[in-house]
Design a protein around this ligand. Structure first.
Ligand SMILES: Cc1ncc(COP(=O)(O)O)c(C=O)c1O
Length: 424
């Protein structure tokens, strides 16, 4: 058989052996799980047992890790964004600026609070929200900018901090894809008023489903606790056998509490994050070095401020004239067939993403709101260009060896060598 025959058309794939798996049930994860199951407390709304709960321990460990004063865990990243928006005062009559190339929850949580997401374009170099586009979208109704650090890079946080200082508009940093990343030696997520993180299964730090918010002030901490627990906060003097959450009722809120079981997992996983990120970083550098030598292939160069990089999705871009008139989905399918693993496109741009249709929301209940919420009114040329020319794989492939990276390089070379066949 012709060695260059693509796997997608019946040729031999570059690789048939398994990839490193994700998530990883470490010994500590299993030990924590057993301990929490036997602890008699599976939820922070359950009675205090006399021993510090896992949710509290995880929040403290994560706040320390981030160099933030406080952290508040939530059921998922969307709930983390939602309570962060509530804390900033987002609601009917306000606007929040969000990037046009990211997961849909970044906009839909804004709609759920009765506010209008103003969707802006990305910086093509970082795939993250552009400072200039955000500044141009500011109106008297703008109360926050959701600065999402995307895929395997980061937004220009210096530029956003400057914008926030000049305008008084709050920054919420969404670090769901960059756990552990640092900007000039400081953790991303600690520059804005609030940092939010998803802990969903594919993330660099995970407990299956979960989220967390970080903040600096005691007042914000008190309110954020209430936003996530129906107006309740931790008592400072817990008594065994009694509830540890006490009623405060200073905000209108719901239940977004992370369970003790999920928190026990997250606490164990946090121990491994830096070690795993270091392996990913070394493999990603090896990969970039080789991929950049293949004509027509580009990788994402980190902005100078990003002194420690985190890789959620490793993004590979093809020159637009190579992709030409045919769909990037074909490249994605061909790569998946060569490597025997999941390969994906970037998120579909928010003005044409079938998962983001705010006009189906009960919030779109006047003609004027339907006009404002309609995603089609936003122009996102760089988001579309990036979407049409990029494919990506998830970070656990980077947990292997340089031999594994060689397989990725071979698959990219093979596909580019057969691009005409693929086109046909
Ligand atoms: C950038 C970003 N923000 C928010 C979320 C939402 O997190 P969750 O799925 O935990 O609700 C995600 C999840 O994919 C994400 O990638």
């Amino acid at each position: 058989m012709d060695a260059s025959e693509l796997a997608i058309t019946g040729g031999n794939p570059v690789r048939t052996s398994p990839w490193p798996s994700w998530p990883i049930a470490t010994d500590q994860t299993m030990a924590n799980l057993e301990a929490v199951m036997l602890s008699g407390r599976w939820a922070i709304s359950g009675a205090y047992t006399g021993t510090k709960g896992y949710e509290k321990s995880f929040c403290q460990a994560f706040a320390n890790y981030q160099g933030s004063s406080y952290a508040i865990a939530t059921t998922n990243g969307s709930a983390a964004i939602k309570i962060a928006l509530q804390e900033i005062g987002v609601g009917p009559g306000t606007e929040v600026i969000v990037p046009g190339l990211t997961w849909v929850a970044c906009a839909s949580t804004v709609v759920d609070l009765g506010a209008v997401p103003i969707i802006v374009d990305i910086d093509p170099e970082t795939l993250s929200i552009s400072v200039q586009a955000a500044e141009a979208a500011i109106s008297p109704k703008t109360v926050a900018i959701l600065v999402v650090h995307a895929y395997c890079s980061a937004a220009d946080i210096d530029g956003f901090v400057d914008l926030s200082n000049r305008t008084g508009i709050a920054l919420i940093e969404d670090c769901s894809q960059v756990h552990g990343a640092e900007w000039r030696g400081q953790k991303l997520g600690s520059f804005g008023q609030l940092g939010v993180f998803s802990l969903q299964q594919t993330k660099l730090l995970t407990c299956g489903e979960g989220g967390i918010v970080t903040c600096r002030s005691q007042e914000a901490y008190s309110r954020l606790q209430q936003y996530r627990a129906n107006g309740r906060i931790y008592t400072t003097h817990p008594v065994a056998g009694q509830l540890e959450l006490v009623e405060k009722g200073e905000v209108y809120s719901a239940n977004h509490c992370l369970s003790e079981i999920h928190s026990a997992i997250a606490l164990a996983q946090l121990e491994k994050l830096d070690e795993q990120n270091a392996v990913r970083d070394a493999n990603a550098s090896y990969l970039a070095n080789a991929l950049e030598k293949i004509p027509g292939v580009n990788t994402i160069n980190p902005p100078v401020g990003l002194t420690r990089r985190a890789y959620y999705d490793y993004v590979i871009q093809l020159n637009p004239d190579i992709v030409g008139p045919f769909s990037i989905h074909k490249v994605v399918e061909a790569m998946a067939a060569e490597l025997g693993t999941f390969i994906e496109t970037l998120d579909a741009p928010m003005n044409s993403n079938i998962l983001y249709n705010p006009l189906l929301s009960k919030m779109a209940n006047t003609e004027e709101l339907r006009r404002q919420l309609n995603p089609k009114r936003f122009d996102l040329p760089f988001a579309h260009k990036a979407y049409n020319t990029s494919f990506a794989f998830l970070h656990h492939l980077l947990l292997g060896t340089t031999k594994d990276m060689d397989d990725i390089i071979s698959a990219v070379s093979k596909i580019l060598g057969c691009i005409e066949k693929l086109r046909g």
